[in-house]
Design a protein around this ligand. Structure first.
Ligand code: SAH
Ligand code: SF4
Ligand code: F3S
Length: 468
């Protein structure tokens, strides 16, 4: 995979889709038609789906959860792991079948898998009933592609790579909390990771545009924003302006929106200034997702992570000591090629030292085109699965312990809605990103309330709203 030099190509573009906004007849084209939208992957994709949904709604579609009932299927895919690939092709099988009964069905695939050449080739050769393949850089072209769908494959993937779009319109999932992209792509090129290839090189948005968006959200009643990027700590490094993530974070905090979050933080780019700003502002939430990936310095080097075990532990300690009551979660990969038992034990050692609040754990998955895919691997799958199991047991033990510290305490929770599992309960998150199922009145939805914690489980807390 060859990446173009994006410094040259980069443009800042107004992404308004005028032709949709100005043409009242367009909405009638798909009136009474339904869309089925399925999203895989990280928060980037979740947020991109909010853009996709906006366009579908502007074209007149309404939503359905039933694929068989739909007139357009849009799959927003992820390329990180093999099983996501299998699921997507499973859905495509259903679409192929459905298209026999409903020839007018439009099938569209977007997201990170669409940016993989081998996937596009697979679709071309084996799944010609797919109508549209669009990429992560040109979501704004989706309405045009849908309007032009003629029942034959239309691939529009790589165009506009390197642009930074502004004034993007979204149909947001929530009226309480919102995602805000601060940058696109990633420049880190960790050796196992496909993201820099599927999302392109790092492109930061200008700070004033981000602040405008946050202020607009605040004025529209939003209580929380999460600043989004694959490596938020590197924000601004690709811009000529002399500002960085610490400056951005401080300015976002100064808008006085009630809660500010950010994800994901790369340890290598985490500065002392950032820690000080997080500690200084009450509306910056004391929660940091700080992917470790491995506890072995040897494996970290092979991964191209640019820090050692000791450096990670030092940063961890610094954050814990400066940011009061901070919660820290992480990502860990087991079974990187040639990870020995000693390497794995180093990972367990870091988990024991850090006692993370939680972690996403993965078995290494070989990604075509990445440097790590060329390393010959001698470790069998069974060993990797055993390591994952052992790691998860330890992670779960510490996340339960972290939750138990909340028992009988009063904490602030932003109430987001009615619990999916129990319709008599509400749910929300603490400052530290703990999920709480709450007994209380519906009128509290959208408010930050005091909750007394009555029970602590491995992955959630129970509580009741209390006054004062
Ligand atoms: N930008 C973030 C996360 C990106 S992807 C970061 O730097 O941490 C989310 C997680 O998926 C990664 O943190 C990593 O743990 C996991 N991941 C990425 N590539 C993978 C691969 N090839 N195999 C297994 N897990 C992987
Ligand atoms: Fe992938 Fe590394 Fe970039 Fe994260 S920082 S997206 S793991 S290349
Ligand atoms: Fe997946 Fe793309 Fe996100 S590969 S994790 S959806 S950036």
């Amino acid at each position: 995979m060859n990446l173009p030099d994006l410094k040259e190509a980069r443009k800042r573009t107004d992404k308004k889709v005028d032709y949709l906004e100005n043409d009242n007849n367009i909405k009638k084209i798909f009136e009474n038609k339904k869309y089925f939208l399925k999203t895989y992957g990280c928060q980037m994709n979740v947020h991109d789906s909010e853009e996709i949904r906006k366009y579908l709604e502007m074209l007149g579609f309404t939503s359905t959860d039933n694929l068989e009932d739909s007139d357009i299927v849009v799959l927003n895919t992820c390329a990180i792991r093999e099983n996501a690939h299998d699921k997507v092709f499973g859905y495509l099988g259903r679409c192929k079948h459905l298209k026999k009964e409903k020839p007018g069905l439009i099938v569209a695939i977007g997201g990170c898998m669409s940016q993989e050449e081998n996937v596009v080739n697979e679709i071309k050769t084996k799944h010609p009933y797919v109508d549209i393949v669009f990429g992560t850089h040109n979501i704004n072209e989706l309405p045009k592609l849908i309007l032009n769908a003629k029942g034959k494959l239309d691939i529009e993937v790589y165009s506009n790579e390197g642009n930074v779009f502004e004034n993007v319109i979204y149909s947001r999932d929530s009226k309480i909390k919102a995602w805000v992209n601060i940058m696109y792509g990633c420049d880190k090129f960790c050796t196992y990771c496909i993201v820099p290839y599927t999302r392109g090189k790092q492109r930061s948005r200008k700070m004033d545009k981000i602040l405008e968006e946050v202020i607009d959200l605040k004025n529209n009643g939003y209580k929380e924003v999460t600043l989004l990027g694959q490596n938020v700590n590197a924000y601004g490094k690709d811009l000529e302006e002399n500002y960085d993530f610490a400056t951005l974070l401080e300015n976002v905090a100064k808008t006085n929106i009630e809660r500010v979050r950010f994800v994901t933080s790369h340890p290598w780019d985490f500065t002392d200034e950032m820690i000080d700003i997080i500690a200084k502002y009450e509306n910056i939430m004391p929660y940091i997702h700080l992917p470790l990936q491995s506890g072995s310095s040897k494996i970290l080097k092979l991964m191209g992570r640019r820090y050692t075990k000791e450096e990670y532990l030092e940063l961890y300690k610094k954050i814990k000591s400066k940011v009061k009551d901070v919660a820290i979660t992480t990502d860990i990969i087991v079974g990187f090629p040639n990870e020995t038992e000693e390497d794995f034990n180093e990972t367990l050692d870091v988990v024991e030292k850090c006692k993370f609040d939680g972690a996403y754990t993965f078995i290494y998955s070989k990604r075509e085109g990445t440097p790590a895919s060329l390393i010959k691997d001698s470790i069998d799958l069974k060993t990797k699965e055993e390591r994952l199991y052992k790691l998860n047991e330890l992670i779960n033990k510490y996340s339960k312990e972290a939750n138990e510290k909340y028992l009988d305490k009063n904490v602030k929770v932003l109430v987001e809605g009615i619990s999916e599992k129990d319709s008599t309960k509400l749910f929300g998150y603490t400052d530290t990103m703990k999920l709480v199922n709450i007994t209380g009145d519906k009128s509290n939805i959208g408010k930050i309330v005091n909750v007394k914690i009555t029970d602590a489980k491995s992955f959630s807390l129970d509580g009741e709203i209390c006054n004062g």
